[in-house]
Design a binder for this molecule. Structure first.
Ligand code: UDP
Length: 387
């Protein structure tokens, strides 16, 4: 059976650095293919993930434009979806579309109704975003959604919950064999925040904690479209993440106690995370899926953060990480200092048990079955290669 998986036009799969959704898709696709699913990946031309077929409207990832005004970037998203619709019109072997493109994906693909395959749309965001759409969406029997944590779906508008098939916890390849992986590096005593530099991820709180506790903090991740400190001199001051950096984070960054090193990738990223005493998540939003949280567990580094969003679902407080009440910076500072007491082996074991790509893929196959049974073409999803 053939599934069209839409990862959107923003980044290649796998991503060259930052990219939560694209990392998840890079973990999901090999597992689907191992189970006999043919995957048509709608992505950008630069993607290198092995798939059965690839379609694209854009050669390069357009992430750098994502925060530009709507009337400048709507065409990027529209062109990508237009390419998908054209493909769906031209063939009838695709039994399901698994979509990851925010808002536009369910709008366009869901609107095909009986003229297209059924659609499962994965909700990756805080569902308070786009209230006009999420509050009124009607699946029409062919569009279904899934969340990425129970807490995210619990707060979803009723219209979304009415077309939800449930939630799945995310995974990236790091969890595979994490419990058998020998620690490649010793703990170096620093703290880390891995993620977009943006108010939702709370880098300013992490910097405050570093200064209060006298512990070194490394901030890794892009600021808006900028991956490297050398790009900041010419950064667009109107970009909301650039503004957050300039106003709230940069004043606390001294290049010694607190450093921003830009986007990291591959072994550099893993070593940075693995050698940290704690990965900080002082989130300023209800973190919906927490890819970086499960990666931290997989690398044997305790997540330490605020008890909100998906964090209490992913982190077993006191055993695999430490959580404090949102806004409790003193508590966070104490937890950051106490993180050494969390056993890295327990974190890695938890990642291997709960957050593997195989487990995620199995859950998605169950959702595919449900969606096809609910409104789609009756093709069995599971193959005998099921593992
Ligand atoms: N990431 C990375 N390098 C960086 C910063 C982030 O590879 O410098 C990856 C990180 O490993 C994770 C993803 O980008 O897989 C961020 O996903 P998350 O869900 O935490 O963030 P969001 O999607 O909310 O921006």
């Amino acid at each position: 059976m053939t599934v069209l998986l839409n990862s959107g036009p923003w980044l290649p799969v796998p991503p060259p650095g930052y990219g939560g959704i694209e990392n998840v898709i890079a973990a999901l696709v090999p597992e689907l293919r191992r189970r006999g699913v043919r995957v048509v990946l709608a992505t950008v031309g630069r993607s290198t993930l092995p798939v059965d077929e690839r379609i694209s409207a854009h050669e390069n990832g357009r992430f750098g434009e994502l925060q530009r005004p709507f009337n400048q970037v709507a065409g990027v998203a529209a062109a990508h979806l237009h390419r998908i619709v054209t493909e769906l019109r031209r063939r009838d072997d695709i039994v399901l579309v698994h979509d990851h493109q925010e808002v536009f994906g369910p709008t366009v693909l869901g609107a095909l109704g009986p003229d297209g395959p059924p659609v499962l749309h994965t909700l990756h965001w805080d569902l308070r975003k786009h209230p006009e759409f999420y509050g009124a969406v009607d699946g029409g029997g062919s569009l279904w959604v899934n969340g990425v944590s129970a807490s995210q779906m619990a707060n979803a508008p009723a219209a979304l919950r009415a077309i939800s098939v449930g939630h799945v916890h995310l995974a990236t390849p790091l969890a595979v064999g994490a419990d058998r992986r020998a620690p490649a590096v010793d703990k170096a005593g620093h703290l880390v925040v891995l993620g977009r530099v943006t108010a939702d991820k709370g880098q300013h709180v992490a910097a405050e904690v570093a200064h209060r506790t006298g512990r070194d903090l490394v901030l890794a991740g892009p600021i808006g479209p900028h991956d490297h400190p050398s790009e900041l001199a010419t950064a667009d001051a109107a970009n909301p993440d650039v503004r957050y950096w300039r106003e709230q984070v940069e004043p606390l960054v001294d290049g010694a106690r607190v450093r921003w090193i830009g986007t990291v990738t591959g072994r550099e990223r893993d070593t940075l995370l693995q050698s940290a005493d704690a990965a900080l998540f002082p989130v300023g939003w209800d973190e919906p899926g927490g890819t970086a949280v499960v990666e931290s567990l997989a690398l044997g580094t305790a997540p330490v953060g605020y008890r909100r969003g998906c964090l209490p679902e992913l982190v077993d407080d006191g055993r695999t990480g430490l959580l404090v009440e949102p806004g409790d910076i003193d508590g966070l500072a104490a937890a950051a200092s106490g993180a050494r007491l969390i056993d890295p082996r327990v974190c890695r074991r938890e990642a291997t048990r709960r957050f593997t790509p195989a487990r995620m893929a199995q859950q998605y196959l169950d959702f595919y079955d449900q969606v096809i049974a609910l409104g789609g073409r009756p093709v069995p999803v599971r193959s005998t290669a099921d593992v």
